[in-house]
Unconditional design. Sequence first.
Length: 498
Amino acid sequence: MATDQTRYDAFVERVERLTYLQGASGVLSWDQQVMMPEGGTPARSRQLSTLSTMGHELLTNDEMAADLDALEADDSLVDPQQAVVREVRRQHDRAVRVPSDLVERTSRATSEALGVWEEAKAEDDFDLFAPKLEELIQLKRDYAEHVDPDADPYAVLFADYEPYLDLDTAERVLTRLREELVPLVDRIRESDVELAVDAFSGQFDTERQQAASRDALDTLGYDWDRGRLDVSSHPFTSGNQFDARVTTRFDESDPLGALTATVHEFGHAQYMLGLPDDHYGTPLGDDRDLTVHESQSRLWENHVGRTEEWWGLFLPTFTDHFPDVEATPRDAYEAANQVYEDNLIRVEADELTYHMHIVLRFEIERDLIAGDLDVSEVPQVWNDKMEEYLGVRPETDAEGCLQDIHWSHANFGYFPTYSLGSVLAAQLDSAVREDLDLSTQIRAGEFEPLREWLYEHVHRHGARYTTPELVEQATGEEYTADHFLDYVTEKYERLYDL
């Protein structure tokens, strides 16, 4: 039968209205983290909870359900249309099981929790945040129970961030990383090689760091007409293909931390800006969830921003801002890739020990959601696992269990996608280098070929394909950790002469 174009068009209009409403919530959330005065939380929490409830109602109303039923029965829909219906159906089926009042209470609680987390971190007082964390955990348990009472609640939450790679896949990848990276880190720590770790020691003015970060974004090709750089307590990117904003944070003693975070967020923003303009408002103009999103940021951060070619290109610009720095590109490369002994902070971690941070968080939040760990036990368990996995014990909760923003957003199930995305970044990098002389192009500051490759193979597809389908389309093979493990083994054995 012929496609009911009138119904499909009306359906798309509903989906677009939902997307625009969610986008408005995103801007308010960005403002809360970047510009809103400290006293604005009571009003902002009500604004966000109202928009969240309205979005939930748009997604779950009878008209949306009827459209989905009718369009799924229409066997003449073409592939892109089928993808739109598939993605909205997945969202609808999960959301329709969740009461609106639970959506509103969760939104308000997360908005309030953000300010409490920031205060608790500043005061180094986990007890300030603990009641909010308990509330958010219970709200997310209730949510998972409504979505699928027969499933592992943590698996339900994980599927909000990565719906097409299941939790078993995530656990297999994390287990493999733990089993293969820990021995590599041990070998590195036994090495007699001393890298140029002091190349960027000293104090670095944060305004100059921000100027250097802007220059890094210029070098990579950031579109300032559709983006901006701001400061936040935790680096993040927010927006869409018309407005993709990045934030970072600055530490006077760690200029490389801010710079790598900025390059990382550029990867997220570049993905957003590469999504199809003419499909904005539908899944065809939306990203393919967090594993793919994180692959873009980690590709730019690690496979571009941590290379010796990048430092050969960018070091002169950096030293324009900090002329007292006396370092060669090799020195900068070694400093940017050192494996730390005292690796406390995830966003400042090296490529290898980073994944032990993810394993730690994954295990803790999985036990919290399952009820196998009490909130009051989190600081002790966190510190114990940090000592076991990373060989270092936090002296404060601010540099321990309060360091990440995610739990204040109730983003339980998010953390595994960081490692999944890093693995995919290496797989994409391997495919890129079969087509491009990427090292030469980085050295010359020619980033357009890489941006075009990623657009052609990843960005332009939006959410048309599932994650496994997109990975196979882009790389010619199934999702695998092999490329990542080969990449880090070869790189760090050379660095540390193993």
